[in-house]
Design a protein around this ligand. Structure first.
Ligand SMILES: NC(=O)c1ccc[n+]([C@@H]2O[C@H](COP(=O)([O-])OP(=O)(O)OC[C@H]3O[C@@H](n4cnc5c(N)ncnc54)[C@H](OP(=O)(O)O)[C@@H]3O)[C@@H](O)[C@H]2O)c1
Length: 208
């Protein structure tokens, strides 16, 4: 896994930065993608300076082209446009969707992604229940389990990546259709953060 290049499409946002930081810190080769190359370069430089490990900033298209594993950290409304732009670079690769749709959407974001991807792509869905603030705080382990849905070998790769983050355990949580459950769970966590005035309510499985 350590020689695979991980590309974060939409990696300039909160979750993308957080995952890039943690994965690069774990010595994974990481590329930040953006619609705007300069924006990607700025974020990549910030991360490189923070942890002393080289992170590259590219357009989303180039990030998808050079990467073996592509993590989608874009908002739900950007799915169609971004996949149309990068799909030619995804054949035979692994894609991981972190995308949370509006609450009670008819389809999960992962199923929407699946419909748009080339058939040769292996898709997993993961990282929905991790808060970006916890990822950005390198002083602390991340107290969260990661539920992973989708195809093999994408699920195995997503689990390996998630477990590079100190404190995280990751579990196979079934086929891509089950992603609806974990995506919607994020809305519950957002509600609980507000209700209890917390920043990092998260998910832990017990008994496993
Ligand atoms: N934030 C969290 O803690 C968290 C946790 C779990 C899951 N998620 C999910 O992860 C995804 C990313 O979350 P986020 O908070 O990082 O989002 P974000 O900051 O709003 O957006 C991430 C990046 O996506 C790009 N983007 C924004 N609007 C776009 C559009 N219409 N089309 C294409 N690209 C667009 C932007 O990059 P450029 O301008 O550089 O292209 C932006 O920096 C979301 O689907 C969210 O539901 C977030």
């Amino acid at each position: 896994m350590s020689n695979r290049i991980i590309g974060l499409v939409g990696g300039t946002g909160n979750l993308g930065r957080g995952l890039a930081l943690r994965l690069a810190k774990a010595s994974q080769e990481v590329v930040i993608g953006s619609r705007y190359k300069e924006k990607a370069e700025t974020v990549a430089k910030e991360i490189t300076e923070r942890i002393g490990k080289k992170v590259q900033g590219l357009t989303n298209e180039d990030a998808a082209r050079v990467s073996d594993v592509i993590i989608l950290t874009i908002p739900f409304e950007g799915i169609r446009n971004i996949i149309e732009r990068i799909s030619q670079y995804l054949e035979g690769k692994t894609v991981i969707s972190t995308i949370v749709p509006p609450i009670f959407s008819e389809k999960s974001a992962a199923e929407v992604v699946r419909e748009l991807l080339p058939r040769t792509v292996y898709l997993a869905s993961a990282f929905h229940n991790i808060g970006y603030k916890a990822l950005l705080d390198l002083e602390k382990d991340v107290e969260c389990d990661v539920a992973v849905c989708g195809d093999e070998p994408a699920k195995k790769i997503a689990i390996e990546l998630a477990e590079k983050i100190p404190g995280v355990r990751a579990f196979d949580c079934g086929p891509i259709e089950y992603s609806r459950i974990i995506e919607n769970f994020t809305h519950l966590l957002i509600y609980m953060n507000k209700r209890y005035r917390k920043k990092g309510v998260s998910l832990r499985f017990t008994g496993i």
